[in-house]
Design a protein around this ligand. Structure first.
Ligand code: PRX
Length: 637
């Protein structure tokens, strides 16, 4: 059955969210607790900066924990499951409240004050969630760095956020193997210009850990001294920053996306109701990592603000066997799940019998986001799961919650494979032609933009750099403050949107966002590399994989097949060391010349097209045609 967006109730809600912003968002604000009600819903006197809920005071930790104590003290708040260490622990809201207060007291004893930054570099363990919530409780600004990032990446984030405290652990575990953290912490502290004064360490007993006297503090010992701690929630202004989360863009240096407090709480509370349609008391299972925006919003804050139970899972979808997720769904009666298309593709490669071993009737919806959801995978998982609806939703680190999605809490609408459906309330979406800047019609490709003010919960600014915020996000269309997502999209005749990929040099590897420039800079750290280009190449499992084309200073080392292999390996190891294995190129090809225009611009799209077996298109601006021939030869084309 085909529907047209204009005939839906959603279209009406969306129109009102834009025409009566104050009324709409004023109502949504009533889903959270305030210490003081906002005096003004929106202050947009200094565009494109939007200040939501001015004069209101609240606290994210109060909304996620304390306010549920009245009705849900004994309800499960957090279920921690590790198939790596075979642990399973359940924390009620009352227990979570206690653990967060202990953590908050430890932080205070280490000198952390309101407005200070705390860097969280941790594996998927319950203590990471205590740490994040404790920051919110005392008004410290957390910056979580994904555990897969290596020491130089960690050091760059330390230097930008200048935390007074870092919280980490001895090690994580992945696929049965220990992933050490502590030595990366030590290395990052020695690389950083201004390392944190203290490092609080959770010892899981997985790796040997030497504590640095005067700097390092053992969490278990500190916790033992704070068992009965009572730390009240700070009254934060709605517009006070709650966290910084670094993300990749076109330039090499990651940007610190800065989020507010009140707007974020309201946006997440509203999304749990209207988009995810998960009720308080129900169980939400998000398979992301706390180091990514999905983890921030939908492992931690969203489900807890909603009074739901959140599952924190450390492990792979395949261990001990590919039915593990469905066994968790059955055991804890999960109603709503959130994962990535790559994870679905991984499961699709396994024996289908694993999909039906468990009774997953309780699962109403599986949300997938972070990268394009291909039609075969969407069809397969929706059939394999029987009853559960598969919902593709599209958003970004910058927005913190969906831009495009079905919104079944408001109205159940038909979905189309390959489409994240419709604009979410609050986003004034414009599809703009990339050279004429006119709005495009149905089925025409445009840049996906949004007219500010961006709704509550979206980034306030780039940490410490308002100018970069305006320049990066609001300058795609000359003379206008239009927010650019850096994605191309189309809208069909029925009003459904389809995402067509990035307009910039960002690639998406298994849902992880990486800048090709960032990877190029890492490769340049290898002493024999003169010049390098990195492009994202389509991959059937991970969506995209980075591929590098490098010009060596001394090409003789790669003159033989063995020499080339060894040099390729060494370059891959450099990427592992500089950024982390998530950014490792699938291949490094050696050439003596990179394809460039006469003005010296790298022709990345041409290299990408050739690597994907496509026609590179119009090459009239190419300076030296032999460069392209070399790429073809390297690819064996
Ligand atoms: O290119 C889009 C892609 O991922 C980018 C944002 O990545 P990140 O900041 O890591 O935030 C992920 C939050 C879910 C987008 O600019 N992307 C995200 N969701 C989708 C998507 N591409 C296609 N379909 C999606 N549903």
């Amino acid at each position: 059955m085909s529907i047209n967006y204009n005939d839906t109730k959603l279209a009406g809600v969306h129109a009102r969210s834009l025409s009566d912003k104050e009324g709409f968002w004023g109502e949504q604000a009533q889903h959270i607790d305030w210490f003081e009600q906002p005096k003004q819903v929106l202050d947009f006197s200094n565009p494109p900066f939007a200040r939501w809920y001015v004069g209101g005071s609240t606290n994210l930790c109060h909304n996620a924990v304390d306010r549920h104590l009245k009705d849900r003290a004994n309800q499960k708040a957090l279920v921690y499951i590790s198939t790596e260490t075979n642990e399973e622990k359940v924390y009620s809201y009352a227990e979570l409240h206690q653990e967060v207060q202990r953590m908050a007291a430890i932080m205070q004893s280490l000198g952390v004050k309101r407005g200070d930054r705390v860097l969280v570099y941790m594996p998927m363990i319950a203590e990471a969630i205590f740490a994040i919530l404790a920051c919110a409780r005392i008004g410290a600004i957390h910056s979580v760095v994904f555990g897969g990032f290596a020491a130089p990446s960690l050091a760059a984030r330390i230097d930008d956020a200048t935390p007074v405290l870092m919280i980490s652990s001895d090690a994580g575990m992945r696929n049965g193997k220990e992933v050490p953290y502590k030595h990366l912490v030590d290395e990052a502290c020695s690389l950083a210009a201004k390392p944190p004064k203290h490092v609080l360490l959770v010892n899981r007993g997985l790796a040997k850990m030497d504590l640095v006297a005067g700097r390092d503090v053992d969490y278990a010992q500190a916790r033992a001294q704070n068992m009965n701690a009572q730390v009240p929630c700070e009254k934060m202004q709605a517009t006070d920053p709650s966290y910084i989360l670094y993300t990749s863009g076109t330039t090499g240096k990651p940007k610190g996306v800065q989020r507010d407090t009140g707007g974020y709480a309201v946006a997440l509370a509203a999304s749990m109701k209207h988009i995810y349609d998960c009720k308080p008391g129900e169980v939400f299972f998000c398979t992301s990592d706390i180091g990514w925006v999905v983890g921030h919003s939908y492992i931690i804050y969203g489900p807890l603000i909603n009074g739901s139970t959140t599952i924190v899972y450390e492990g792979l979808p395949l261990r001990p066997d590919p039915a593990i997720w469905w066994s968790i769904v059955e055991r804890y009666q999960v109603s709503t799940m959130f994962s990535s298309p790559t994870a679905a593709r991984v499961l699709k490669k396994q024996d289908p019998a694993y999909m039906t071993q468990h009774n997953t009737k309780c699962l109403r919806r599986l949300f997938l986001a972070g990268e394009p959801l291909d039609e075969p995978t969407a069809k397969w998982i929706s059939e394999a799961l029987g009853g559960a609806r598969i919902i593709d939703n599209y958003w970004q680190t910058e927005t913190g919650w969906p831009i495009l999605s079905a919104q079944h809490g408001l109205e159940v609408t038909e979905t189309k494979f390959g489409s994240p459906s419709f604009p979410v309330y609050g986003y004034d979406i414009r599809l703009v032609h990339e050279s004429t800047f006119e709005e495009v019609g149905a089925n025409e490709k445009g840049m996906l933009c949004a007219m500010p003010p961006l709704p509550p919960g979206c980034l306030q600014t780039v940490w410490g750099d308002d100018e970069r915020f305006v320049k990066t996000y609001f300058s795609a269309v000359p003379g206008q403050h239009l927010y650019s997502t850096f994605d191309y999209a189309t809208r069909d005749d029925d009003g459904y949107y389809f995402i067509l990929g990035r307009t910039d040099d960002v690639i998406n590897v298994a849902g992880h966002r990486l800048g090709t420039r960032e990877i190029e800079e890492a490769i340049q750290a290898h002493k024999n590399v003169a010049e390098v280009a990195v492009v994202g190449v389509a991959d059937t499992l991970k969506g995209q994989m980075p591929m590098a084309f490098a010009v060596l200073k001394d090409a003789s080392v790669a003159a033989t097949p063995e020499g080339a292999k060894a040099e390729e390996k060494a370059i891959m190891a450099t990427v592992d060391h500089e950024i982390g294995a998530i950014a490792r190129p699938s291949r490094v090809h050696f050439v003596t010349l990179l394809p460039k225009t006469r003005s010296g611009k790298l022709l990345r799209r041409a290299m990408q097209a050739l690597a994907e077996g496509r026609d590179p298109g119009d090459m009239t601006t190419l300076e030296d045609p032999s460069a392209l021939e070399q790429i073809k030869k390297a690819l064996g084309a």
